[in-house]
Ligand binder design. Sequence first.
Ligand code: ADP
Ligand code: ADP
Length: 222
Amino acid sequence: DAVIRLEDATKVYSLPFGDVVALDKVCISVIPGEFIAIMGPSGSGKSTLLNLIGSLDVPTSGDIYIDGRNTRTLSDDELTELRRDRIGFIFQQFNLIPLLTVLENVEYPMILKSRQAVKGSSRAHDLLMRIGLTEQMLAHKPKELSGGQQQRVAIARALINDPAILLCDEPTGNLDQATGRIIMDLLLEVNRRGKTIIMVTHDADIAAYASRTITIVDGKVA
Ligand code: ADP
Ligand code: ADP
């Protein structure tokens, strides 16, 4: 069964000078454990697609199913819960909270979920160690780390609530090539451990890590 399914997913932005069809009747089915790269020219609708899958935005028409549940039928609270428990997000700019330490950044989604501060620590600590950070980095602020290390922290944060799906928007876009490859090897390892990954990239070398590439052109699957 599909973990993600889009049926004629369409997104239209209404602007003063007319409508922009960002996505046009897109149908995609993703099986659990797949690693999918989304490619396509700038403005083709890749970010819109990722936002719809991540339930950050709703389609104008068509349906999106996550774990077989039609997101259109879910309340705002249920959508928040879905995002928090089932989906991890990784961004080009890392999006770590600058005032929190590395450890606190990773604990944060766990605290939001359980609403208690104490129990998270050892799990966040263990995950950060397994993801390749060192003990001494845990108390640092994100900006004190290299880009590659910050992306590792972001990956740990995305994994802390053990989501089924990881959504990655240009995860290596802010990294040099060598560091990018190290981060991709880590994402490949995460995928082999069972996470479904959907990754937007414009870089064919990065897309080659995925098991399937979907190309979007003018809002349509090419
Ligand atoms: P990509 O990620 O492939 O660069 P986007 O999904 O960002 O493409 O954009 C697809 C189309 O939708 C573009 O024409 C873009 O200008 C338009 N678009 C995206 N977001 C918005 C928005 N919030 N309001 C209006 N138009 C938007
Ligand atoms: P596990 O299921 O192996 O016990 P945990 O629950 O401790 O994993 O960790 C949460 C998630 O983090 C796991 O589902 C796994 O996908 C990922 N993970 C843990 N360690 C690593 C690692 N060294 N490399 C990549 N991913 C990892």
